[in-house]
Design a protein around this ligand. Structure first.
Ligand SMILES: [Zn+2]
Length: 294
């Protein structure tokens, strides 16, 4: 009986992927989501539990740190092209370019694809989507998530929210408000990241939250099967402006185009499945007229 209990506990502790982090620990490394942390000594694959994004970051000891500093004195042409020099086992949301960085040949310049990018961004190309003026995470100054859960896409549901609080009409103000929403979600609510997949400002921009490929924290019971689009502001007694309404429709259409949202998706307001006034009376009445509302 005791042996059975021990086995039961062990089987709970070992993830279903059949790997734990011990292989990484044996290398002196740390398992982390390689999309969000630059690892100076590089990443090793197949040493960590979890999804394919969790990789083993090798330790950069004092010698490694000193070498990295000496390499960095030759990195200026990479920086001038908007890139970052790193070992190519690191994630790059754009593409690696040779000849712009100091150090060994596998230390290259990661130049983000147009529209920004960088280590904190999800790196998905939204640029092919009509009508989407996207501000990526780096663009609004997002903190990296504490952890991530991959979304199984395409999802078949879209939830509309509002953040409550102030609205915003330019990128600086929207970015500032969204950073404060992220801080509240992470520090006061204890969540992994800002809850929503996308946020919409009345500047007509779409702000990347968790994006299409990561589960959000927004609609209890539905986070793993839906994306959340949240309008920045309080829409109890007025509608978001037309630019914001268009932006919300455009990012949902973008999701369909990218295969992240099913073409027959069902759209709902947060209040349809929870005891909340969200997304506000006026906005809620409006979205009920959208063709996918059900
Ligand atoms: Zn809500």
């Amino acid at each position: 009986m005791l042996a059975f209990l021990v086995l039961a506990v062990l089987s709970l502790a070992v993830p279903s992927y059949g790997l734990d982090d011990s292989g990484c620990a044996a290398l002196g490394g740390t398992c982390t989501d390689y999309r969000y942390t630059t690892c100076k000594a590089g990443y090793v694959t197949n040493k960590c539990a979890g999804d394919t994004y969790r990789r083993c970051c090798l330790n950069c000891d004092a010698t490694c740190q000193a070498l990295e500093s000496s390499y960095a004195t030759y990195d200026s042409s990479c920086a001038a092209s908007g890139g970052t020099c790193k070992v190519t086992s690191n994630y790059c949301s754009g593409s690696y370019v040779s000849g712009k960085c100091g150090g060994p040949s596998d230390r290259k310049c990661c130049v983000p694809s147009s529209g920004g990018g960088g280590s904190n961004s999800i790196g998905l190309s939204y640029s092919s989507c009509a009508g989407v003026n996207m501000v990526l995470r780096d663009g609004w100054g997002a903190r990296p998530p504490k952890y991530t859960n991959a979304m199984h896409t395409p999802v078949s549901q879209v939830f509309i929210h509002h953040t409550t609080g102030s609205a915003c009409y330019d990128q600086d103000r929207c970015s500032s408000l969204i950073r404060s929403h992220q801080n509240y979600h992470m520090d006061s609510n204890g969540w992994a990241d800002i809850g929503y997949n996308f946020l919409i400002g009345e500047d007509g921009r779409v702000y990347e939250g968790r994006g299409f490929d990561r589960q959000g924290g927004h609609t209890q019971g539905y986070n793993s099967v839906s994306i959340a689009v949240s309008f920045v502001g309080d829409y109890t007694s007025r509608l978001p402006n037309q630019a914001a309404l268009n932006a919300a429709k455009a990012i949902i259409d973008c999701g369909v185009q990218l295969g992240k949202v099913t073409s027959g998706y069902r759209l709902k307001g947060h209040r349809d499945v929870g005891s909340t006034a969200c997304p506000g009376d006026t906005l809620y009445s409006h979205i009920r007229t959208w063709s996918h509302y059900s």
